[in-house]
Design a protein. Structure first.
Length: 435
């Protein structure tokens, strides 16, 4: 196998993470933030520079491209078309503005302090050059046991003030490097390879404008996974509950017997939701949860957003009923309040649809085997664009790209794990080509 260009891959990643692509609020402009358009334009330009002619950065910010087949079909049946997808946006839970990636070469082991305490150089910021930022944040081996097997590798962190953007710019960089590697090595036998970069995945709208007929793929793989060697074959099924709590506002000086404070009503509702069970803080593995994550408003009206998550799609309705029950109980406690619960479908467990194309997972396992690696079939306590793509009929497992601690200022990635991801994709396109 031809060696993957590690330094070029690293350079890509460092360029991409310094573009602020934090997703905004859903329901407005698409994409929800201008940085997503900026990164999309950069990707399209780089793909054209590689020599790919079939490149488009469309009006929705999506980037489409094709690496042409290097072989012809043996019979009358066309070669399978393999697509790879990653999203350009980053989570709004932690800022992605002024990301200053910190590259640790030949990691020595142990905890990794961020900011000034790190004592090593940061990569230059596209916005304002290098800068040291004091912080007490530390990536601890006790919380990141996978670091023990990465001694001697290249680790990339933040300075402790932003997320890194490895979710999913590791995936973006891996796919871009795959395309460049295939263009440089036309002797690698493969069928048509479709590339698709989407926007606003972090706010549930990643494939809003994806035309599956235009993509024309037999199978797709999202590159949006943790570590190395994982094939995610299930995701959560997900709904969102939007709870509107209405009170009665009046000047507090004359509020006795007249005011109904929606903030207090909303607090009572949250307090009635399960805490010792069915919360992210108390669940793992295949357990589902209810997760109130935003509260906005004042005395007259408060809006709550609550995530409903479970691997069993049918269990989402039971969780919605828990919220409804709590709402009715709180209305009784605050007689003149009004609580409305709207449940919005988000995505479904991709495992429900993968059975339609068993080769999707089997061929990914074979790609790992050819590299002398054993793939682990895993589940995601979250979702990917692949959840919705699979539900719409395009089987889309998720593959590792070296993401660790996503959505957090403690986020980090490993260059060698990204390299491994590119190697898997190079083998995977050959497996699908029957080579």
């Amino acid at each position: 196998m031809k060696t993957i260009n590690q330094q070029r891959l690293l350079g890509r990643f460092l360029r991409y993470v310094q573009i602020d692509t934090t997703a905004g609020e859903p329901g407005g402009a698409y994409p929800s933030s201008p940085g997503q358009l900026a990164l999309g334009k950069l990707l399209a330009d780089e793909l054209r520079e590689m020599g790919l002619a079939d490149v488009e950065h469309d009006q929705h910010g999506l980037v489409w491209a094709t690496v042409p087949a290097t072989i012809r079909p043996a019979g009358k049946e066309p070669l399978p078309v393999v697509a790879f997808n990653a999203h350009v946006d980053t989570s709004p839970e932690t800022t992605g503005k002024n990301v200053r990636p910190h590259v640790i070469r030949n990691y020595k082991g142990g905890d990794i302090p961020l900011g000034e305490a790190a004592g090593t150089l940061r990569a230059p910021s596209a916005a304002s050059g290098t800068r040291s930022v004091p912080t007490t944040k530390v990536i601890r081996t006790a919380d990141n046991p996978e670091l023990a097997r990465l001694v001697g590798k290249t680790i990339i962190t933040t300075d402790g003030t932003t997320l890194l953007g490895s979710d999913d710019k590791s995936g973006v960089a891996v796919i871009m490097e795959l395309a460049h590697h295939l263009v440089e090595h036309p002797q690698i036998p493969h069928g048509p390879v479709r590339l698709l970069f989407t926007c606003d995945e972090e706010i549930g709208h990643g494939i809003n404008h994806v035309d599956l007929a235009r993509l024309g793929a037999t199978v797709c793989y999202t590159l949006d996974g943790s570590g190395a060697g994982d094939i995610d074959t299930e995701t959560f099924s997900a709904d969102l509950a939007v709870v509107t709590v209405r009170g009665i506002n009046i000047h507090p000086s004359i509020g006795k017997g007249r005011m109904v404070n929606a903030v207090r009503v909303a607090s009572a509702l949250i307090d009635r939701l399960p805490k010792g069970t069915l919360s992210p803080e108390t669940t793992d593995g295949r357990d589902g949860f209810l997760h109130p994550y935003t509260v906005e408003g004042g005395v007259a009206e408060v809006k709550l957003k609550i995530l409903l998550r479970d691997f069993q799609t049918a269990s989402l309705a039971e969780k919605a009923q828990l919220i409804e029950k709590a709402a009715r109980e709180v209305e009784t406690e605050f007689p003149r309040s009004q609580i409305d619960v709207q449940v919005i479908k988000q995505y479904r467990n991709l495992g429900d649809g993968l059975a339609r194309e068993p080769r999707a997972v089997a061929f990914a396992q074979e790609a790992h085997r050819r590299l002398g690696r054993e793939a682990k079939l895993t589940i995601i306590r979250g979702g990917t664009d692949g959840s919705q793509l699979t539900e719409r009929g395009l089987p889309t497992p998720n593959l590792s790209t070296g993401e660790h601690n996503p959505h957090s200022p403690l986020e980090w990635t490993c260059l060698e794990e990204m390299v491994q991801a590119v190697e898997v994709l190079v083998e995977l396109v050959q497996v699908w080509a029957g080579k």
